[in-house]
Design a protein around this ligand. Structure first.
Ligand code: SPV
Ligand code: MN
Length: 624
């Protein structure tokens, strides 16, 4: 029996007709194969129609994976208490022979496929399978990558309708031409709270060869929403093969003088200020997590891979995050996950208003002081609790940029980490290669609650992408370095650090100072202000920042604050170069030769400066 015949036998007529309308035998074979393996009771195929989307939303409620809240359009979803973040240990790249790649978790492809197929056999018995079509990137554009998602979680499918552009019509249009990505997910057996029960058998396996990702016995979005971090592994690989960039970056518009619009991308590890930067109220958001950047007519053009936000809710308060606060209190469709619910209202940690002393949260019924099995006190909401909402809900979204088939011209790229004592708050690279090597590839950050495991440990995280890397790091960096040769107008590269402290451990910056750094970077992209040359790149001049603090935040900015923040901390910077160089030499191996040359030159500049000015150098010394 061929695939279509099997599907005709297996699906209800109405559902089968939707599949048949797509002329793509590869898709038919994939569907037949997995419907047979997963063995669901029912199959629902989502087209781009409003009804089909509503059906999925309804099913998330019907099956109890989401519940209604008081505000129309708002629902809550819980993941299992121990399924609250990306599971790095059980996320593996399937490669022939299980070939080792630096920093990557690989497994022999055959072995992995055998294991995952066993775990998935009949896993959807008694359940409904949703077959959904989406695209990554704007529709009918150079960025568009079609993808099909199979899942028994209406919550996952619902999330994807909020986060991605619909793709059924695109599959129909492309027919056999569609070079699509495939995702197979099952939440597995559920407990009485409708959360995944068999977490010991939680697996996320990425088959690079077949561009297919399997995920089972988990619900947390980072492990399950195929088009997000699962697709990302596949697109990184495509990008490296094809000579473009698939990045863990926000995309935003910074508004310059006289209505000038300048677009920036920014890569920060999870919980390092990426979302809050992209959502500064007076600038404009295009995307907050993933960007595709392609060379086009001499320019680097960027687009948001997604159309929605799966954002961290902890700490969102009316004062610091007015935009998100407003969105979360609007009647837009929103899924709150792993928050505290009391009388139909959501609450979360550090929301700046009083929180009830009891209610329901990710641990079930909750009261203040409740402890988990390990004896840890359970906070009102999980640190990694999130909200899922479409970007259309944001008053400051740049819709034109979001939907532009040719993307937008990228003026600047920002790398930011969580670092208490080494990098200044903002600096600009001397050129593309200097930025790629000493800022992007050298990014380190203290670990956070976005992944399972210990927090606060300084971790190597080049381009904030290490968790998702799917090719040899040397190859990835080589592609980055070569990207500049494909364009004539290089974006400027910047590095930021919002987490600098003094010797006593006090923060040296306020949360909103980043808004000033952005305006400075915007001016630098156009050469509107001068800068101070230091051994590690260009830093702002005091007078420019003083003016910008006044204009942007209506605040004063003292010479003392500037001096503390922008002091060049030579011993820390040299130690960092040593660390980074050792990691690349000992663990990464094959890296383009110029990589070490560029690092070495930076070391020499720092040593020369130390010989002249000492260990800790005031920024004013470089102007003398
Ligand atoms: C991140 O952790 O970088 C996120 C959330 O954006 S997740 O979908 O879990 O990756
Ligand atoms: Mn992310």
């Amino acid at each position: 029996m061929n695939a279509l015949e099997y599907l005709e036998k297996r699906l209800e007529k109405e559902q089968f007709e939707k599949i048949k309308a797509i002329d793509n035998p590869e898709l038919h074979e994939f569907l037949a194969r997995y419907i047979e393996l997963l063995n669901p009771d029912r199959v629902f195929v989502c087209t781009d129609s409003e009804e089909d989307e509503l059906y999925v939303r309804w099913k998330a409620l019907y099956y109890g994976e989401e519940r209604l809240l008081e505000t129309p359009g708002h629902t809550v979803h819980y993941d299992s208490y121990y399924d609250q973040a990306r599971d790095k240990a059980n996320t593996k790249l399937l490669v022939p022979g299980g070939k080792k790649l630096p920093f990557l978790n690989t497994l022999d492809r055959e072995e992995g496929l055998r294991e995952i197929h066993e775990l998935m056999k009949d896993v959807m018995k008694g359940k409904e399978l949703f077959v959904c079509f989406f695209v990554l990137g704007p529709k009918e554009s150079v960025f568009t990558i079609p993808a099909v998602q199979l899942t028994d979680s209406a919550y996952v499918a619902h999330s994807e309708f909020i986060l991605y552009r619909k793709g059924y019509e695109e599959f129909k249009r492309l027919g056999r031409q569609a070079k699509f990505l495939k995702f197979v997910h099952s939440e597995g057996e559920l407990d009485e709270r409708k959360t995944s029960r068999n977490l010991d058998k939680r697996r996320i396996y990425i088959d690079l060869e077949d561009e297919t990702v399997y995920s089972v016995n988990t619900q947390y979005g980072g492990n399950t929403i195929g088009l997000k971090k699962l697709a990302f592994r596949l697109t990184i690989r495509r990008a490296v093969k094809e000579g473009w960039l698939s990045e863990h970056m926000f995309l935003m518009r910074v508004n310059g003088p006289n209505g000038r619009k300048t677009y920036f991308t920014g890569a920060y590890p999870s919980m390092c200020g990426k979302t809050s930067t992209a959502m500064i109220p007076w600038e404009n958001i295009v995307g907050d997590d993933l960007a595709f950047i392609v060379p086009m007519k001499g320019e680097a053009r960027g687009a948001n891979v997604e159309k929605g936000v799966f954002g961290i809710i902890q700490g969102v308060n009316p004062e610091d995050d007015p935009i998100i606060w407003k969105v979360l209190h609007s009647q837009h469709e929103i899924i709150f996950s792993n928050v505290l619910i009391k009388d139909g209202k959501p609450y979360w940690n550090d929301m700046g208003i009083p929180i009830p002393d009891e209610g329901e949260n990710h641990s079930g019924r909750w009261w203040r002081g409740k402890k988990d099995e390990e004896g840890n006190e359970i906070p009102p909401s999980h640190k990694n609790a999130r909200f899922t909402v479409s970007l259309e809900a944001f008053p400051n979204v740049d819709l034109e940029a979001l939907n532009a088939p040719c993307g937008v011209k990228i003026g600047g790229m920002i790398f930011g980490g969580r670092d208490k004592d080494t990098w200044p708050p903002v600096r600009e690279a001397f050129n593309w290669k200097h930025g790629v090597v000493t800022m992007g590839a050298a990014l380190e950050s203290e670990t956070t609650a976005a992944t399972l495991g210990k927090e606060g440990v300084r971790a190597f995280n080049p381009m904030a992408i290490l968790d998702f890397m799917s090719v040899h790091l040397g190859e990835y960096i080589d592609n980055y370095l070569k990207f500049a040769e494909k364009i004539t107008e290089e974006p400027k590269i910047f590095a930021v650090n919002y987490f600098l402290r003094d010797e006593k451990g006090n923060w040296l910056n306020h949360k909103l100072d980043k808004a000033v750094w952005l305006k400075w970077m915007e001016l630098r992209v156009h050469g509107d202000v001068e800068a101070i040359e230091t051994p590690i790149g260009y830093i702002p001049k005091y007078d420019d920042l003083k003016r910008l603090f006044r204009e942007v935040l209506g605040k004063g900015y003292s010479r003392e604050d500037y001096e503390k923040q922008f002091t060049i901390r030579v011993p820390k910077l040299l130690a960092k170069i040593e660390r980074i160089e050792r990691i690349y030499r000992e663990q990464v191996g094959e890296v383009p030769g110029e990589f070490y040359r560029i690092l070495g030159e930076e070391r020499q500049r720092l040593r020369d400066a130390r010989a002249r000015y000492g260990d800790y150098i005031s920024p004013f010394r470089f102007e003398e």
